[in-house]
Write a protein that binds this ligand. Structure first.
Ligand code: SAM
Length: 283
């Protein structure tokens, strides 16, 4: 089935790993495994269950979930990006693995037919968060569980000091942070309370909501130069372009020099709070 807006596959397969050194790539893969394992732990998966990976992409969660549900279970990987699903290798899967090109707002799965729904980094890209969660509640059997992992990108921060920064840079950064948090986007809205209230309204009882920081280290000035060339999602400007747009070129120039200077002395960290939420469909 063809689905419009297939912008994700190139980013998932290539772009997100561009501008990474070998070490950074290994660190990224390690972080992805941590997000996967923590989400699936919160899903409390048992052999024989039917599990839906919603917004499955190339199958980060689906592949591991297939091992957990085993040959008596079943995994349904759903995504709008048909090209990403094509990369999701289903041939040697330990459990039957179905790939379905569809929108998370209208899941083509019967009501009360799944035991688990898992999602990682999907809701921040969809306006209709509550509608997607209502779909999750509909397809789950009563007592079934949804486990979600979403990055709180609007709360990302780094550990570079702003001591002696110009008042212009401080003001520009404050303005950038305020407009990030005020933006009318699902990414800006995503927060523990927000997701809990959407899940509750959609028919779930939330049993677990925790935030664990993902820590990414930029080891030296070369790492900073590579970092600002990255594209964090399909169709987005590079990190450097985003900062320049938000801060203006003078303030961005000052900030970038601070990052480089800091990294020449010692590594610095970017911290992204990651929200993990598990909820049970009401009986
Ligand atoms: C950041 S990727 C995450 C992919 C995968 N969950 C993972 O952990 O690697 C976001 C995914 O959400 C999918 N997506 C975005 N909007 C969607 C929608 N409305 N319905 C279904 N999938 C959607 C994209 O196609 C993409 O594969």
């Amino acid at each position: 089935m063809g689905v419009a807006g297939d912008i994700w596959s190139e980013w998932l397969l290539n772009q997100r790993f561009a501008h990474l050194s070998e070490t950074e790539r290994a660190d990224t893969l390690r972080a992805l495994r941590f997000f996967r394992d923590t989400t699936l732990e919160h899903a409390d998966i048992h052999p024989g269950q039917t599990l839906i990976d919603l917004g499955a992409g190339t199958g980060l969660l689906a592949h591991r979930a297939a091992e957990l549900v085993g040959p008596q279970g079943r995994v349904i990987a759903i995504d709008v990006s048909q090209k990403s699903l094509r990369e999701l290798d289903h041939r040697d899967s330990p459990a039957p693995l179905l790939r379905v090109a569809a929108d998370a707002r209208a899941v083509p799965v019967d009501a009360s037919s799944a035991d688990r729904v898992v999602m990682r980094s999907v809701l921040i890209y969809i306006e209709a968060v509550e509608q997607v969660l209502r779909e999750c509640a509909r397809v789950l059997r009563p007592g079934g569980r949804v486990a979600i992992c979403e990055p709180l990108n609007a709360r990302r921060y780094n550990t570079v000091s702003l001591e002696n920064a110009s008042p212009e840079l401080r003001a520009a950064l404050q303005g950038m942070q305020a407009s990030k948090q005020a933006a009318a986007s699902p990414m800006a809205r995503m927060a523990p309370d927000y997701l809990t209230s959407c899940a509750t309204a959609a028919g779930f009882d939330v049993i677990h909501s925790v935030v664990i920081d993902d820590v990414e280290q930029l080891a030296d000035a070369d790492a900073v130069e590579r970092y600002v060339c990255r594209v964090s999602a399909p169709g987005r400007p590079t990190i450097a372009q985003q900062y320049e747009q938000a801060l203006g070129s003078t303030a961005w120039g000052e900030l970038y020099q601070r990052w480089l200077e800091h990294a020449r002395q010692q590594p610095f960290e970017w911290r992204t709070p990651m929200l993990y939420l598990a909820a049970v469909a009401r009986r």
